[in-house]
Design a protein around this ligand. Structure first.
Ligand code: DSN
Length: 414
């Protein structure tokens, strides 16, 4: 990569301190491999839109009904992003592209559907859920009356009988399906049936598999869930941000819960970048990319299993592989640090029933979205699996630096 070209010279000229930090990050990404399941490498076109002058524009409100003048371009940008989103997730009845993040999207949707103090049910963080699904350290666990379901401790999979039992006891207004480290397909129709049984609405949080769903390579909740929330920067490979798809009958509440309920002016530059990313995702190559993301994760899982590592659920249906380290004398935090030395960016992660605290954990979450963007196929993923096994088993991480460096050079960032 030509680093001098990757940032505008005014920054280097005016603020060499920040410019040099950003160049360091460019180098860090170029010279290491990202296996963090929630990260990806968006295109130069997405980054250009995100850094454009429209960042200066205030556009509180929605297209056609703004509180500021001069929003004609912002209106066109937001309309385009919404239209592309609804083409990409065919069957979606409305798209709100303003949420700044996945957590903001969830908070806005939950406030719209359950109301402050309302009852919600979501999956426990430790079981693979997300903080914003009712965890007690999240506002979603403070503002709402939240109850949570786990997973079957033997299979690591969602136990729909438990979901039903928790819902029957708690009588939520909103049932949440989805998570941040759940590596299996979710039966959204079954979740919707449980929600109907207890008079709840179903919110599907597809932040992780959104790209796989847009490409049709894993089952999607569109047309099943009342509301679908997501981030745009994980498998979807767009800019950092969130989005909400809603059925017509809840669309008004959702929109007013995002603005003015939870946010002020939208980040129009991010909305422009979302439009670019959705345009990319509508191209046929995006499906090929997502098929490879899924195939790479399946291969990574097979190779780790073959070398004796335990995986939560014994494999994967999506881009995530969750290694259970409890039978090896090592923590998630230790492997994360060894991986950093070797040139791999990974994250420690709780496994279901984990006795260790969140900053230590007994698991390692891996994802294939970013390395697949770099062009990785089966052979390269196999080589990485071998490195991970070596790191887990305690080999000197420095030993793997040249293998990882070779892969980084052969598969540069887009
Ligand atoms: N931080 C995201 C993840 O890693 O899954 C979720 O918020």
């Amino acid at each position: 990569m030509n680093h001098a070209e990757s940032h505008p010279s005014p920054l280097q000229h005016q603020d060499p301190e920040v410019a040099s930090l950003l160049l360091r990050e460019d180098r860090r990404q170029a010279e290491s491999l990202t296996l963090i399941a929630s990260e990806n490498h968006c295109s130069a076109a997405v980054r250009t839109a995100s850094a454009s002058r429209i960042t200066d524009k205030y556009a509180e409100g929605y297209p056609g009904t703004r509180y500021y003048g001069g929003c004609e371009v912002a209106d066109a940008v937001e309309d385009l992003a919404r239209q592309r989103a609804m083409r990409l997730f065919a069957g979606a009845e409305d798209a709100n592209v303003q949420p700044h993040s996945g957590t903001t999207a969830n908070l806005s949707a939950l406030l719209a559907l359950a109301g402050p103090g309302g009852r919600i049910v979501g999956m426990m963080l430790k079981a693979g859920g997300h903080l914003s699904h009712g965890h007690d350290r999240s506002h979603t666990g403070m503002v709402f009356q939240a109850r949570q379901y786990g997973v079957d401790q033997t299979t690591g999979r969602i136990d729909l009988d438990e979901v039903r039992k928790v819902c029957k006891e708690h009588q939520p207004k909103v049932l949440i399906a989805g998570g941040s480290s759940y590596c299996r397909d979710i039966d959204y129709a079954a979740f919707a049936a449980i929600a109907r049984e207890v008079g709840a609405l179903l919110l599907a949080d597809i932040a992780h598999p959104a790209g796989l769903m847009a490409a049709g390579v894993v089952p999607s909740p569109i047309g099943i869930a009342d509301v679908v929330t997501m981030t745009t920067h994980k498998t979807l490979r767009g800019p950092r941000g969130g989005m909400i798809l809603a059925k017509k009958d809840v669309q008004k509440q959702i929109n007013s819960s995002v603005f003015p309920g939870s946010q002020g002016g939208p980040l129009v530059q991010q909305i422009a970048a979302k439009a670019v990313a959705f345009g990319e995702a509508l191209q046929p190559q995006f499906k090929t990319y997502q098929q490879q993301v899924k195939a790479n994760a399946a291969h990574l899982a097979e190779r780790l299993l073959a070398q004796g590592l335990d995986l939560v659920t014994g494999g994967t249906d999506n881009h995530i592989v969750l290694v259970d380290l409890r039978k090896v004398d090592v923590t998630g935090a230790q492997v994360e640090e060894r991986a950093r030395i070797a040139g791999l960016s990974v994250n420690k992660n709780a496994v279901p029933g984990d006795a260790r605290p969140p900053m230590v954990t007994s698991g390692l979450r891996l994802g294939t979205a970013a390395v697949t963007t770099r062009g990785f196929g089966k052979n390269e993923v196999g080589a990485i699996a071998d490195v991970i096994v070596g790191l887990v088993r305690g080999s000197d991480p420095e030993r793997f630096r040249s293998v990882v460096q070779g892969l980084c050079e052969a598969f540069p960032l887009p």
